[in-house]
Write a protein that binds this ligand. Sequence first.
Ligand SMILES: [Zn+2]
Length: 264
Amino acid sequence: MRPRTALAFALGLVLLITGCGEPGKTPPKVTAQPSASATSPPPPPSPKPQPSHTTPKPKPKLRPLPKKLPAGLHRRTGNPGVALTFDDGPDPRYTPQILAQLRAAHVTATFCLVGKQAKHYPHLVAQIVREGHQLCNHSWRHDVDLGRRPAAEIRADLERTNRVIHEAAPNAPITWFRQPGGRWTAEEIAVARQLGLRPLHWSVDPQDWNHPSAKAIIQRVTSATGHGSVVLMHDAGGDRTQTMAACRRLIPDLKRRYGISRLR
Ligand SMILES: [Zn+2]
């Protein structure tokens, strides 16, 4: 072989071995799959893995939702006044806005707090309490299926949420629990009661979570509200600009027509 041919051959061999990746980058390493034995081929995948101590236990099946709302939910104030409830917070953008509106109108509301949010914004939990509003536990992570889970899981979720609220506002009474999405079960109501939490539902839902205009929120609340209504709105969980705008009209209006009542 002539020297030039030998050089070209050697270069070709190097390229063949290292590949032609980007300069300075090593080609991706192929990691070997671990196998029981290097000499025997891996067993064919079985369609149904046999349970063993390494297989995670299957999650317990969710209990079915009842066809209609279980008994015992609080849906009315029990007096001529209307109660305002704000869900899914605290939120750093909207909770201060709604607090300012309530303060200006000299009324109080009930805040249904999500545990994870309370953990992130303890100063807002403290402010809610300091300004005289009521607290409602709204589960740790807004689990819409919480009521369908085993009682022990429900209990742990509610206790964890209460704990983080109390870290932010020690000794503040947490009177209520509201199941996310209103997907209640009788079993969940029983657990909430064992923890001293009363089950809070609502009677007016303008579906503000679905981003209607402020005008639509005002119209829906106004047409559905009467004496004793419990109104559900949201100060967190997404863009609540329209809810905030609606409340600037609704809060003074409802106060004038019915009075704003504390839940009891
Ligand atoms: Zn919610």
